[in-house]
Design a protein around this ligand. Structure first.
Ligand code: FAD
Length: 403
């Protein structure tokens, strides 16, 4: 019998990575991975990108076949956690079973933020099941309305255009991806999506919706415009799953609060991934990041701690988004920037925006310039800097600086 048991709630990017990293680090205890979705663990990024373009099934997005879990002695438990008893160190499942733990890891991610005041069918792209449902709706749709010009909404908008659908995007703010990118990147992607035929409606929202047909609706926007649509897809952000933690009297705010080693207020419980609010040097304070990098690096950090190599979580944030034929890669966090410099050529669809606070490089946003992204990860990852004047000099050799 293994002497130590780790229970992981949530088998998404963070939970799956934690299970395999524990085994890779030689963890000999029991690993119980609680999965409340009816599929083996799978990757989410393709769902809004390539997945809807093809006709493949779940096997095209799963991390590993089910046999892998048995081979690695990772117990995949198809169930849903509904309560944590911290005194007894056990988790109650919806099936009625209970799991005892020595260490518990909350990797439950986040739920879609519901679209307020819209009483007609609305599709989403967070889970595989939702994406499959959307695929069915798209089969006889000619027009889609995307609510929210964030990464997922825009990736889907590009996919829908590529499938020949007419696309309108309704966005509350004045520009696209405003929470995560500089105005330069917003402008570029707006022009690229518009050139592909996407119509944007900024600074407005759906004020009223009347059902038309099985899945369609007639939408009234707050700015007075109307849209007749066959399908509404919402991507307006997420609400982290904090209820279990809250009910177990763990500290929660806009996420499950963890320290720099990703421990909650209970030393027997960690939290990782989209739901964890952690002290982030790169953000200059507590942050909750929604990215594969954050989920997998936090999982590796907890796996290291549970196998005797504890260290603080200080990974450099990076992210990517594929929209049409453009690949956006971001390293660092741009919050607090006060000036930017562009390297490369916007006209040639290959450039990077270097975001600065004074002379300190905060982030690099690269469009079809993977070399800048790779160099940026090396430089910022090592705590280095690129002087503003150097970045502005087209003859400056960034790759050499990174080396
Ligand atoms: P998740 O992967 O969401 O996994 C959480 C799991 O926990 C889910 O399966 C959930 O059902 C389960 N769960 C919740 N509550 C319970 C419970 N009580 N009991 C049992 N299980 C439970 N990031 C990038 O970096 N690049 C991209 O291009 C990108 N594209 C994306 C595209 C889409 C469509 C989506 C949805 C996300 C994308 N992301 C991307 C974000 C990235 O996928 C997430 O940041 C990542 O999945 C977070 O991992 P996680 O493990 O914290 O949460």
């Amino acid at each position: 019998m293994p002497s130590h048991t780790t229970v992981i709630i949530g088998a998404g990017h963070a939970g799956f990575q934690l299970a395999i990293s524990l085994r890779q680090n030689g963890y000999a205890g029991a690993i119980r991975l609680v999965n409340d979705e009816p599929h083996p663990p799978y990757q989410r990024p393709p769902l809004s990108k390539t997945y809807l373009k093809g006709d493949g099934g779940i096997a095209t997005v799963t991390f590993r076949p089910e046999k892998f879990f048995a081979d690695q002695a990772i117990e995949l438990i198809a169930d849903r956690a509904i309560a944590i008893n911290r005194a007894a160190r056990s988790v109650r499942l919806v099936s009625g079973h209970a799991l005892n733990y020595d260490h518990l890891v909350l990797a439950m991610g986040a739920a879609n933020r519901p679209l307020p005041n819209v009483d007609v069918p609305v599709a989403a792209i967070r889970s595989f099941a939702e994406t499959e449902e959307l695929r069915l709706r798209l089969a006889d749709a000619r027009h889609v309305t995307v609510v929210g010009a964030g990464f997922i909404g825009l990736e889907f908008a590009a996919t829908a255009r590529a499938k020949g659908l007419a696309v309108d995007v309704v966005e509350l703010g004045p520009r696209l991806m405003a929470r995560a990118v500089s105005p330069e990147i917003s402008r570029y992607f707006q022009s690229r999506h518009e050139a592909a035929g996407v119509r944007f409606h900024f600074d407005t929202h759906i004020a009223g919706a009347v059902r038309a047909g099985e899945h369609g609706a007639r939408l009234a926007l707050a700015n007075g415009e109307t849209i007749a649509t066959d399908c509404i897809v919402a991507g307006i952000g997420v609400i982290p799953h904090t209820r279990l933690a809250q009910e177990a009297a763990l500290e929660t705010q806009s996420g499950i609060v963890v320290d720099e080693q990703l421990l909650t207020s209970d030393p027997d419980i960690s939290a990782i991934g989209d739901g964890a609010l952690f002290p982030c040097r790169h953000a200059g304070g507590p942050a909750r990041l929604e990215s594969v990098q954050n989920a997998t690096d936090q999982a590796r950090c907890v796996a290291a701690r549970l196998t005797g190599k504890a260290h603080i979580y200080d990974a450099l944030p990076w992210f990517w988004s594929d929209q049409g034929s453009d690949k956006l890669q971001i390293v660092g966090l741009f919050n607090g920037f006060d000036r930017t410099v562009i390297r490369g050529s916007v006209a040639d669809n290959a450039f990077s925006v270097f975001c600065y606070k004074g002379d300190r490089l905060l982030a690099i946003e690269s469009v079809n310039r993977a070399g800048d992204h790779v160099a940026g990860r090396k430089i910022l990852g090592a705590g280095g800097n690129v002087r503003f004047d150097d970045a502005a000099d087209p003859d400056f050799d960034l790759r050499k600086a990174a080396a």
